[in-house]
Design a protein around this ligand. Structure first.
Ligand SMILES: Nc1ncnc2c1ncn2[C@@H]1O[C@H](COP(=O)(O)OP(=O)(O)OP(=O)(O)O)[C@@H](O)[C@H]1O
Length: 679
């Protein structure tokens, strides 16, 4: 489209207005001649086409070939309409109107073209000499170009474009304005997420545990001492995640703690494997083996976990495998007083602080307290930083625990140790100078069942040439419409139970008392809801129930978990405090009394059952309003399928009178509790 009027120099005669006019007339005559020739050509084409389509209606496949060869452009994807016509012709007698559709199109094109020249004619009469010249030149050029365009479609397109130019120019000449355009709606392709290579091409971990067990002795690198230890703990085969990750970590310490393979800093390791797949042993075994030969006791391993219970659980596993190796494991999770934890970390001998811990298992809050306030706590020798439940730990990064750990690791050495050859500096580009003398590398090991694939989030961890082990192949995450996808334990069967708010308590009672699902781990969305349901079940009677939330002291929580594991509790009603990482043996059934809002929460909650290759059931109570969104969320996350489980109202009826009575009692109990609190 013309934004500016361009006066072209047309030679000496071009200056003369009358010669311009005659030139324009000559061009017009030429155009008309060409249009006539075109019209004749099109008529002959029409005849030829009609004769061919008659043949087509007789024969099948040979015609297809003919048409393909003729145009060379009968591509199914490019010309679906033509293909459709052909299919129709193959299966049913041809409709005369359908047969001549192509000809009609051609006719239309030609008519359009004729109209175009007519409009040109009118326009030329009305506009100034300059405009006439310009229109004629452009129309002439268009006609010549159209002649050159052999492909019919191209020609139609071209003529349409020219027509639109002509329309614009005609209207612009009528209004005296040049109309801007060129803002046609275009389909813009969605931007596909492109993952960095290490995330897009992980080392694959087999999802099916039971059919991929590997005898301990077949896994390279595990020392005999630890093999015996594993056997004593009843472990004779390793799970797929352990088979992949243990050798990888051991390889990074195969030349000692100081240098990685080839003298380089070892790569950080990220592991994303389903709940209950044995991730804990995947880091405990190689780390213990790496430290077994250590001479001086220093904090060389720091494992950070989001909750006290998890820290306790991991500390127990570390202690079990450190036993007999003179390695000391210390927990910093607020179970003991700060002073007691301080005393367990270091002692002062001859004015020098000596570490009493090789492995520290901590929650972020308590860890930060010790870094800031405890002079005896040194991370200068830290070799492994283990971040379990890594996605959750990234979310709690606002506590800036990681930057404090990094600072503590690269803190300048104390004067007494200044002469040591193993100085430590912050990671920087590797040069010959930076590799000599060697310095203790810090290797990060990340574990989660729902490890984020968001590079921006992972970037906060400052990973060094990370290597990913994953049971979810990244191809499944390239669909931009779907959210992140995760793997569910193989033995898990998922159900949802449509219900109303008032029927939920009856449903959980029905599950325990009638269906005999026990032990059940039941999740609600708040600690108030946990307490209310707990009171209701207690008042209803006949069920051994307990609650688990931040209302309880750490010791009470510990005792409750133990009793639940021992089978003394049939129904444990919990907040998401027990949703992550907690390994309770023998949980057959998980009930989401309140549907979780986030897919990660769902995956971790249902992952409390079907652990270590066993089978388990997960039920989610859904209100009508929640169904669509929840089911979509679960499906998008890669669930193999969630089945509908209907509980007929008749099945609950017999419990209802007693339930109504219990509700009244519950009201009184809650009132009493509130009054007690006020006092
Ligand atoms: N090789 C093995 N043989 C038998 N049992 C094992 C083996 N490895 C781990 N287990 C058991 O499997 C259970 C689950 O292990 P673990 O707690 O490490 O899972 P996880 O992957 O960390 O789960 P989550 O993601 O929920 O934290 C534990 O009870 C553990 O003792």
């Amino acid at each position: 489209m013309a934004l500016f009027l361009i006066n072209r120099y047309l030679g000496d005669e071009g200056d003369d207005g009358s010669s311009n006019e005659s030139r324009a007339k000559a061009l017009l005559a030429k155009l008309q001649r060409k249009a006539k020739v075109k019209e004749q050509q099109s008529l002959s084409c029409q005849e030829e086409y009609q004769s061919k389509t008659t043949v087509e209606s007789d024969g099948g496949t040979s015609v297809k070939k003919k048409r393909k060869n003729k145009g060379g452009n009968l591509d199914e994807t490019k010309h679906p309409k033509k293909r459709k016509e052909q299919v129709n012709q193959d299966v049913s007698p041809p409709d005369p109107e359908e047969l001549s559709e192509g000809d009609n199109a051609r006719k239309k094109k030609d008519t359009k073209k004729m109209q175009l020249t007519e409009e040109e004619k009118d326009g030329m009469k009305q506009t100034s000499v300059h405009n006439k010249n310009r229109n004629l030149q452009e129309a002439a050029a268009a006609a010549v170009k159209a002649e050159l365009l052999k492909n019919d479609d191209e020609m139609v397109e071209k003529i349409q474009t020219d027509q639109s130019i002509q329309d614009t120019e005609t209207s612009s000449s009528q209004t005296g304005f040049t109309i801007l355009g060129g803002f046609e709606k275009k389909i813009i392709q969605k931007v596909q997420r492109v993952l960095p290579k290490w995330l897009a091409e992980p080392d694959v971990i087999q999802r099916d545990i039971t059919s991929n067990l590997v005898p301990i002795s077949d896994v390279p690198g595990i020392c005999t001492k630890l093999q015996r230890k594993l056997e004593r703990n009843g472990i004779y085969h390793l799970f797929p995640v352990q088979v992949e990750v243990i050798p990888a970590i051991l390889e990074s310490v195969s030349h000692g703690l100081l240098i990685g393979r080839g003298g380089y800093k070892p790569r950080d390791i990220c592991v994303s494997a389903p709940t209950g797949s044995g991730k804990t042993l995947a880091f405990v075994i190689p780390v213990i083996q790496a430290l077994m030969e250590r001479v001086v006791c220093e904090v060389r391993v720091l494992a950070v976990l989001p909750t006290k219970e998890l820290a306790q659980q991991v500390c127990k596993v570390f202690s079990s495998y450190a036993e007999g190796n003179s390695l000391k494991v210390v927990m910093l999770a607020g179970q003991k007083s700060f002073a007691a934890e301080q005393a367990s970390l270091s002692e002062n001998r001859g004015g020098i602080s000596h570490s009493l811990a090789d492995i520290v298992v901590a929650t972020p809050g308590r860890l930060v307290d010790h870094i800031n306030k405890n002079d005896g706590f040194s991370l200068e020798h830290l070799r492994f930083l283990i971040i379990d439940e890594a996605d959750r730990m990234i979310d709690s990064m606002h506590q800036s625990w990681l930057s404090l750990v990094t600072k503590a690791v690269y803190r300048p050495r104390r004067v007494s140790e200044a002469v040591t050859i193993f100085k430590r500096t912050e990671p920087a580009p590797i040069t010959a100078a930076s590799l000599s003398p060697p310095q203790m590398p810090l290797q990060k090991l990340l574990f989660s069942a729902t490890l984020t694939q968001n590079p921006e989030k992972l970037q906060q961890l400052g990973l060094h040439q990370p290597r990913l082990f994953s049971s979810v192949h990244s191809q499944s995450t390239t669909n931009p419409r779907s959210q992140e996808r995760f793997n569910f334990p193989q033995g898990l069967t998922e159900y949802y139970v449509p219900c109303t708010l008032s029927k939920k308590p009856l449903l959980i009672l029905h599950f325990i008392l009638r269906l005999k699902f026990s032990p059940i781990l039941c999740f609600t969305n708040s600690r108030e809801a946990v307490h209310r349901l707990y009171l209701l079940v207690q008042l209803f009677g006949g069920v051994q129930a307990a609650e688990f939330s931040s209302r309880l002291s750490p010791n009470e929580r510990k005792r409750t978990l133990k009793e639940f594991e021992q089978g003394k509790i049939q129904l444990l009603i919990s907040t998401d405090a027990a949703a992550r990482g907690i390994d309770i043996n023998g949980v057959k059934c998980v009930v989401n009394y309140d549907a979780p809002q986030f897919i990660r929460t769902y995956i971790h909650r249902v992952g409390r059952t079907a652990r270590a290759g066993k089978s388990g059931l997960a039920f989610t109570f859904l209100l009508g309003i929640q169904e669509n969104q929840f089911l979509k969320m679960v499906k998008d996350a890669g669930s193999p399928g969630i089945h509908k489980q209907i509980v007929m109202p008749g099945n609950l009826k017999s419990m209802e009178p007693h339930y109504q009575q219990t509700l009244l009692e519950l009201g009184n109990t809650i009132k009493g509790e509130k009054a007690k609190k006020r006092v």
